[in-house]
Design a protein around this ligand. Structure first.
Ligand SMILES: [Zn+2]
Length: 206
């Protein structure tokens, strides 16, 4: 349950007779580019063409056809020209694994919960954090980097239950994080073991 989540922008291939033969009931999702749990679809000007990575057919798609889907990108992967913005995010996300944050949930002046949580993925616009506190969509959270005491404000945009009382919570920042917010927390190669992370979580829930 601790694996890094990957998200893609996808469209469903319109050559459905081809794909339905191969995987019954499943339309083929054509990956366009990488995203994360919280970033909204950037504006696209009108319809665009996509060639299917599997059947090779090219069709016209509307921006409203684009969906976010939790899946790994194929490797190698060439993003669609309109979705190349994901590449930089992908690089930055890799350096953000398991960042420790202090997360406060508040309602007005009242502190509802505070815990040490791990950011699973992150960008200037938001973060996906593993949280044990019960939160609601739309709720305000404050995320603090305990090393430089910089705090950012965000709101819950997504909740995925992951068992053992933990949820992966997508937080969208009210405004882009200051450049040094993640700063010195970027771990080199020190991904913690599952046991370390679980004990860190246990000690934070008391
Ligand atoms: Zn296809």
């Amino acid at each position: 349950m601790w694996e890094d989540s990957s998200y893609c922008w996808v469209v469903l291939c319109k050559n459905s007779w081809f794909h339905l033969r191969k995987q019954l009931f499943n339309h083929h999702r054509i990956p366009l580019g990488e995203t994360d749990a919280v970033t909204p679809l950037p504006p696209l000007d009108g319809p665009f063409r996509v060639r299917c990575d599997e059947c090779g057919k090219e069709y016209l798609y509307k921006p409203s056809d684009v969906r976010k889907y939790e899946q790994e990108l194929p490797d190698p992967f060439a993003p669609h020209p309109l979705f190349r913005f994901g590449e930089e995010r992908r690089r930055s996300r890799r350096s953000f694994k398991s960042v420790g944050l202090v997360v406060r949930a508040v309602a007005g002046e009242t502190l509802l919960s505070q815990e040490n949580a791990s950011a699973i993925s992150a960008s200037d616009h938001g973060a996906l954090i593993a949280l044990s506190a019960e939160v609601q969509i739309g709720q305000t959270l404050y995320l603090k980097n305990p090393r430089n005491q910089i705090e950012v404000k965000g709101r819950v945009v997504r909740i995925e239950k992951r068992g053992k009382g933990l949820a992966h919570v997508g937080v969208e920042f009210s405004e882009p994080a200051p450049t040094d917010f993640w700063g010195d927390l970027r771990p080199q190669s020190n991904r913690k073991t599952t046991a370390e992370r679980e004990s860190a979580n246990r000690s934070s829930t008391s």
